[in-house]
Design a protein around this ligand. Structure first.
Ligand code: HEM
Length: 405
């Protein structure tokens, strides 16, 4: 695989970001002015948006991992990685049209009634298992496991657990399980372990791989302990009425320990911030919020209020501000072309759009104490989302793989 191949992967990943981001922008405007008639139902389009967005993050992180793996293992990349990446792209993208009309419900196609959304998510999930299998074979027996490799090994374990949670969703539908506790439990195993587990450890690994051996600190950095304590934290995403006080305290204390471990990595990254791409520096804002939130969540009433009022802010802090900015920064630094003007504009618009949406979603949670209405904050978030999509479109130009000078 050449640099151009990786630039192609980056292009395809960002293409998914543009499409899922435009869908997100449509939803943002729908929250202010209502969904335009004939454009589908809000909840179904949210499923289409979120599932497709996961495609952006996995494709970007898979590309970074495949890129660095040979230098870390001393062995060639698996040949099938190319096909796995193609399959991940196709099935990630298919989720957009598959979820849009009916979400998780069935869609009549000729004589058949097919749950297209669940089917497409299942196929996309299978390509993740394919990645995990190829990755496990590639690192099997490697003795000198540097920090990035150890972080990725645990990230893959967490992706495996999260994928089982995702696979349980259609399974529960088939088995007609309607228990709200069981249903939301598996939903959050998937959503939260994907976000705070796989993406967090995976991106940490990609950052240490980018910084290289010379910049890797000699002392102890949490890896297995970070992964282990992350597992129970998915419980904090559950609706408060479904969680017993015992489970809440288990998750909240584990989350605090995770925040402490994240702070150790954060501190080392901060000391090396001048060697990190600009968008990675910006992404640290999202990570700092997660650490602060872990302390606030120790007060049950704040957690209960936050799960309702700040759920979408918290999710996008983690998935957009932290994960997407860091991934975009790493992709640009390694596979982007050298068009300095476009890059400066792209980065500026990204920081402006993402920062504005972040602020508007945060302020929206406190709207009842502020002089502006929550509708005003929703409108600001909607216009900010247009800026983000514009920035992502400009990034496509930076990864354009078919005309290299
Ligand atoms: C252009 C940037 C983005 C925009 C404009 C956007 C917009 C939205 C909107 C409007 C919602 C629904 C909010 C609600 O129900 O009140 C939403 C939900 C969601 N988005 Fe995004 N989003 C963006 C980026 C992302 C990214 C990068 C990811 C993941 C990598 C993501 C994952 C999600 C998830 C998981 C949900 C919640 C789904 C659920 O409630 O089932 N979004 N987004």
């Amino acid at each position: 695989m050449t640099r151009t191949t990786f630039r192609q992967y980056a292009f395809l990943a960002v293409l998914i970001l543009v499409l899922a981001g435009s869908t997100g922008a449509l939803l943002r405007f729908a929250l202010v002015y209502g969904m335009p008639s004939g454009w589908g139902e809000f909840r179904n389009v949210v499923h289409a948006h979120s599932h497709t967005m996961f495609g952006w993050t996995v494709l970007a992180l898979f590309a970074l991992i495949w890129h660095h793996l040979p230098e870390l293992t001393g062995q060639p990349r698996p040949r099938a990685a190319r096909w796995q990446m193609a399959a991940t792209f196709v099935f990630s993208l298919l989720q957009l049209p598959a979820f849009w009309p009916n979400g998780y419900q069935s869609t009549p196609i000729g004589p058949l009634n097919l749950p297209l959304g669940a089917m497409s998510a299942g196929f996309a999930g299978l390509t993740w298992f394919w990645f995990m299998g190829l990755y496990a074979r590639a690192v099997w027996g490697v003795r000198a496991r540097g920090l990035p490799l150890r972080l990725w090994n645990w990230a893959v374990v967490l992706l495996f657990i999260a994928s089982l949670g995702a696979m349980a969703e259609p399974g529960l539908m088939v088995m007609d399980v309607d228990d709200p506790f069981v249903k939301t439990l598996f939903l959050h195993v998937f959503l939260d372990l994907f976000t705070t587990g796989w993406l967090l450890l995976g991106i940490f690994g990609a950052l240490w791989a980018w910084l290289g051996k010379e910049e890797t600190p000699a002392g102890w950095l949490p890896v297995a302990s970070l992964a282990g304590f992350t597992i129970p934290t998915f419980l904090l995403g559950m609706p408060p009425e479904l969680l017993s006080p015992g489970l809440f305290w288990l998750a909240a204390l584990a989350n605090l320990i995770v925040a402490g471990f994240v702070a150790v990595h954060f501190w080392h990254f901060w000391q090396r911030r001048h060697r990190l791409p600009r968008l990675v520096q910006f992404s640290m804002l999202g990570l700092a919020v997660q650490m602060g939130a872990a302390v606030m969540m120790l007060v049950p009433s704040i957690w209960q209020w936050g799960v309702g009022a700040l759920r979408i802010f918290y999710l996008h802090d983690m998935l957009l501000v932290w994960a997407s900015s860091a991934l975009m920064g790493l992709l640009l630094a390694q596979f982007g072309n050298h068009n300095a003007r476009t890059r400066a504009w792209m980065e500026g618009l990204w920081v402006l759009g993402v920062g504005l949406m972040w602020l508007a979603l945060l302020a929206g949670g406190f709207a009842s104490w502020l002089p502006l209405s929550s509708r005003t904050f929703l409108a600001i978030a909607a216009w900010a989302s247009v800026i983000i999509v514009l920035a992502a479109m400009m990034a496509l130009k930076l990864f354009w793989p078919w005309k290299e000078k």
